[in-house]
Design a protein around this ligand. Structure first.
Ligand SMILES: Cc1cc2nc3c(=O)[nH]c(=O)nc-3n(C[C@H](O)[C@H](O)[C@H](O)COP(=O)(O)O)c2cc1C
Ligand SMILES: Cc1ncc(COP(=O)(O)O)c(CN)c1O
Length: 213
C-alpha cells in the first residue's frame, strides 16, 4: 500500500494573522465558498464527534445546513445514537476535512436543538423522498432486513402521493453548534503547517492565537 509511506508536500500557500478575517465565522464562510468553488464533493460535509453517557466518543459525517454568527446548523434524527449522546452530553467537535485544498477547520462547541419552527422550515424544503425516509427510519436502530425498510417506504409513498404535504416527524430536526473555538489549519511544506485558533471570550469577542504545527 503505497499511500501508507507517501510523503505528499502540502505546498507553500500560507495563512497569516494579517490576512485572516478577525471574525472567524466570516473566515469560515470564505473557506467554505472556496471549497465550493474547488468543486470538491460535498464541501459542506463535516465530521461531528459526540460523547455518550458512558464517555464513549463516536464520529460520523453530517451536512452543514445553516451558518450564521451564532453557529453551525445540521439536521438529524433526535433519537439516533448521536441524538441520544447529545442529550446526555452536548459537547461536540466538528471537523471540515478539505484535503483537496490542504485545509481543515476544527471546531469545539455545544450543540443545542433548535426551535421547532426552524426544523419545520428546513424539513419543508427537503425532497419528498427524503421527507418520507425520515419517517421510515428509526435511525441507528438495528433492523433484520433491508426489505422491511423498503416496505415501510412503499407504505409511506402510498399514504403520501407525490405533491402531498408531509409533516415533520417529531423525532427529526436541527441542532445548532455554538462554537467555543474555531481553528483554521492550512497545510504547508515540510509538515510545517499554519494553525490559527480563535477562542470565544465572555465579552463576545474572539482571541486569536497561532499554534505550533
Ligand atoms: C456525506 C454524508 C453526509 C451525511 N449527512 C447526514 C446528515 O446531514 N444528517 C444525518 O443524520 N446523517 C447524515 N449522514 C449519515 C451519518 O453519517 C450517520 O450514518 C447517521 O447520522 C447515523 O449516525 P449515528 O448512528 O452516529 O447517530 C451522512 C453521511 C455522509 C457520508
Ligand atoms: C440520513 C440523512 N439525513 C439528513 C441528511 C441531510 O439533509 P438533506 O437530506 O436535506 O440534505 C443527509 C444527507 N446526506 C442524510 O444522509
Amino acid at each position: 500500500m503505497e499511500s501508507l509511506t507517501r510523503h505528499t508536500d502540502y505546498g507553500a500557500k500560507g495563512l497569516n494573522e494579517i490576512d485572516i478575517n478577525q471574525n472567524p465565522m466570516a473566515q469560515f464562510a470564505t473557506w467554505l465558498h472556496e471549497a465550493e468553488q474547488a468543486e470538491i464533493f460535498e464541501p459542506n460535509a463535516m465530521v461531528i464527534s459526540t460523547v455518550d453517557a458512558d464517555g464513549q466518543p463516536t464520529s460520523r459525517t453530517v451536512l452543514l445546513k445553516g451558518l450564521d454568527d451564532t453557529g453551525f446548523e445540521f439536521v438529524t434524527n433526535y433519537e439516533s445514537r448521536k441524538g441520544k449522546s447529545l442529550r446526555a452530553n452536548p459537547s461536540v467537535a466538528l471537523l471540515f476535512p478539505w484535503y483537496a485544498l490542504k485545509r481543515q477547520v476544527m471546531i469545539v462547541g455545544t450543540a443545542v436543538a433548535t426551535d421547532a419552527a426552524t426544523s419545520d422550515a428546513y424539513f419543508a424544503r427537503r425532497p419528498q423522498g427524503a421527507q418520507l425516509a425520515a419517517w421510515a427510519s428509526d435511525q441507528s436502530e438495528p433492523i433484520a432486513r433491508r426489505e422491511i425498510l423498503d416496505e415501510r417506504m412503499a407504505a409511506l409513498e402510498a399514504q403520501y402521493p407525490e405533491g402531498t404535504h408531509v409533516p415533520r416527524p417529531e423525532k427529526w430536526g436541527s441542532f445548532r453548534v455554538v462554537p467555543s473555538s474555531i481553528e483554521f489549519w492550512q497545510g504547508r511544506s515540510k509538515r510545517f503547517h499554519d494553525r490559527l485558533r480563535f477562542t470565544a471570550l465572555d465579552d463576545g469577542t474572539w482571541k486569536l492565537e497561532r499554534l505550533q504545527p
